[in-house]
Design a protein around this ligand. Structure first.
Ligand SMILES: [Zn+2]
Ligand SMILES: [Zn+2]
Length: 178
């Protein structure tokens, strides 16, 4: 996949859900997660651990023989991650088990990843404010699959958003020094 900036669709200006915001970085517009929670309502945002200057999304992760916290990039399509442990995955296990770091409620769901050639059937869910809108993230280690589910958002728009990915090289270019 080529690394290139993908413009945020203009239509999103009219249907941006609560819990997400637009942010300009060096003249380019990005979509950033502002607030997500577990099903019990505990905020998953971590003000202290920032990625590209914004609060990260903190989740509890069981990765085979080890467990700890994973801090996820709040930039939509960004794939930076920070760990406070070393994930030791078994040879066969490639799927993370994700839960709320506050109450331990599982965030896992059965849902097929839409990314080509992934085929994972496990994802984790981040709840946007209001209880209806959600972000689904593929739980297979290394897969960039993610899907924004917003009530009343046209399917075409949500498909376009699912296709936005920025990879590390590109991130370093635009976010260098942050
Ligand atoms: Zn919780
Ligand atoms: Zn996947």
């Amino acid at each position: 996949m080529r690394i290139q900036y993908k413009k945020i669709p203009e239509d999103l200006l009219r249907s941006l859900p609560d819990g997400m915001k637009f942010l300009m970085v060096k003249g380019q517009q990005f979509l950033v997660v502002l607030e997500v929670a577990c099903p019990e309502g505990h905020s998953l945002m971590d003000e202290d651990v920032r990625i590209h200057g914004e609060p990260s999304i903190r989740i509890k992760v069981d990765a085979g023989k080890s467990s700890g916290h994973l801090f996820v990039d709040p930039f939509w399509g960004g794939h930076s991650k920070l760990y406070d442990f070393v994930p030791v995955m078994g040879a066969r296990q490639k799927v993370l088990s994700v839960s709320c770091p506050v109450c331990g409620t599982s965030l896992m769901e059965k849902s097929a990843c839409r990314t080509d050639a992934c085929g994972a059937g496990d994802a984790f869910v981040l709840h946007l404010p209001g209880g209806k809108n959600k972000i689904h993230v593929c739980a297979r280690l290394g897969c960039p699959g993610h899907h924004l589910e917003v009530l009343d958002m046209p399917l075409k728009l949500s498909d376009e958003l699912d296709q936005i990915h920025y990879f590390q090289t590109y991130e370093d270019e635009i976010f260098g020094g942050i």
